[in-house]
Design a protein around this ligand. Structure first.
Ligand code: A2P
Length: 277
């Protein structure tokens, strides 16, 4: 891990920049960038040694390209034990941050506010048998962190990662992640048989089609997985996606008799919106 740079530090990596690191921010160096589609990419950055977060939390990310940088909330997609930080991002046409962020290269600098926060954390859920992670689009990011955290496997017998996207290409980040987990020296054995990955697509041909919400309502999701429909005794849920997806999935959790939790009052499900839009 790299030491945190202090405030008012000139940007060192890449081209010289006239801007300084704003107060209360880290300057992080980009180590890796991978583009999946015209609209999706992931990047990894150095992690300051002192920076702590819980798997599933989010931070505020910006670029040192102005004296008043634009910040957006990003879930950390890497687990809390990782020596680097990973983020999974959409590319918004003319988006004030992502139109620039999508062009970053290894060696460039990204800035990050020092505090992580959020409710998609194991602590905000009561103990249970299964945890359902419902994600659409880049809402997968906090779950990319949680499914790589041994704590999740200690807390739950079964982890069901449900990811809905418009197109098959948009599933790739999650598919690569789950495939790599099985060979992971730290967590591979824990994952075996405990992590179920269910993907669905709404605007292209795919073996599983339809919105997550429709698959819950029809019961097809549970039938396909050979599991009982969700209930408050054994099941817990975490939800991350667009505002509409959150609202509709939350309503279904309530219909299934589950109650919403928070950091100060753990419950049967928790919600966080996928931020960058
Ligand atoms: P659809 O193609 O039917 O709109 P988006 O990129 O708009 O956030 O969508 C990502 C995925 O989430 C798409 O498959 C989309 O389906 C789905 N989706 C959009 N709105 C909802 C909703 N209210 N509930 C569940 N899934 C949704």
């Amino acid at each position: 891990m790299q030491d945190a740079m202090t405030i008012e530090t000139p940007i060192l990596a890449g081209a010289p920049s006239p801007f300084c690191v704003p107060k209360g921010c880290y300057a992080l160096t980009v180590t890796d960038v991978q583009h999946y589609t015209d609209t999706l990419f992931r990047f990894r950055v150095t992690r300051p040694q002192e920076f702590r977060f819980r798997s599933g939390e989010f931070v505020m990310i910006g670029l040192p390209n102005s004296d008043k940088p634009v910040f957006r909330a990003y879930s950390v997609a890497s687990p809390s034990w990782d020596e680097e930080l990973e983020f999974y991002s959409i590319k918004v046409p003319d988006g004030p941050l992502t139109e620039h962020l999508q062009k970053i290269q290894p060696g460039d600098t990204v800035i990050m506010r020092k505090k992580a926060t959020g409710t998609l954390v194991n602590d905000a859920l009561l103990p249970g048998k299964r945890v359902w992670m419902f994600a659409t689009g880049t809402g997968l990011a906090p779950f990319a962190s949680l499914v790589r955290d041994p704590e999740t496997y200690d807390k739950f017998q079964t982890i069901v990662l449900v990811h809905g996207c418009r197109t098959v290409a948009e599933l790739k980040y999650g598919e690569d992640l789950v495939a790599a987990l099985k060979d992971d020296p730290l967590i591979g054995e824990m994952v075996d048989g405990k992590l179920l990955h269910y993907t669905t697509v709404t605007r292209e041909d795919h073996p599983r089609q339809g919105r997550i919400t429709d698959l819950i309502t029809s019961g097809k999701l549970f039938e396909d997985l050979g599991l009982q429909p969700m209930g408050p005794e054994e099941d817990r849920a975490m939800i991350c996606g667009s505002m509409a997806m959150l609202r509709d999935t939350k309503d279904l959790c309530l219909d299934h008799g589950m109650s919403e939790g928070a950091n100060n009052k753990p419950g049967e499900f928790v919600v966080e919106r996928a931020f960058v839009d």
